[in-house]
Design a protein around this ligand. Sequence first.
Ligand code: CU
Length: 232
Amino acid sequence: MVAGGNNRGTATRLVVLVLTVGILSALVTFFIGDFVIRGPESLTASPATVAQGNTPAQNAFIHLEVVGSVAAAITFPRPDDPHPTWVSYLPTTILKVPANSTVTMQIDQEDTPSGLRNPLWSRAFGIEGGTFHMTYFDDQGNAQAGDFSSIPDPATAAHTFAIPDLGVFVPLEGLNAAAPAGSMNVITFSFKTGKAGIYHWQCFVPCGSGTIYGNGGPMQTMGYMAGFLVVQ
Ligand SMILES: [Cu+2]
């Protein structure tokens, strides 16, 4: 009798243990799966041809938009975004580009200036020809265009596009307050990729307003001011 009772007790404990482990495993799987699914989508470079100044694009083209808040997007709206007030690159920051190729970027920059903490960062590095092409607006709100190796005033930068491991760095001029409503600075440049790999990229302007030193929130979150360049 006593032995039988012990066996039943052991069996019950075993069933409870197995069920508990099963439920915990299911929960862990669910949370990991949910995390992966909720991660930003990826954008594969298109083979489209656009001009950078007089140089036609080759191989790969990536078109991004930079907004002061996701809800204000013009080119790439993200209606169900969990952070509509966050500053962001759009439509995503997971960018897939071919290895050993020239990637041409077009960035529609719509945010106002934040300023650079280090004036050295007003210079562009690591891009083809050393210059980026930019259409922008002057203090009178007139459209201007030109090729630049740096932005004229570090205080007027809004964001930067930086891939540290590839030595690529481009300052993005903030939209002048005199620019007509709904306008954007359009910045185009090209850089070369080497071997396949995953390269972290991010903005170097602490632009996450409302977070400590501006470096939290969107600055640390994939899909906003940080991302991966997937070279494949
Ligand atoms: Cu930024």
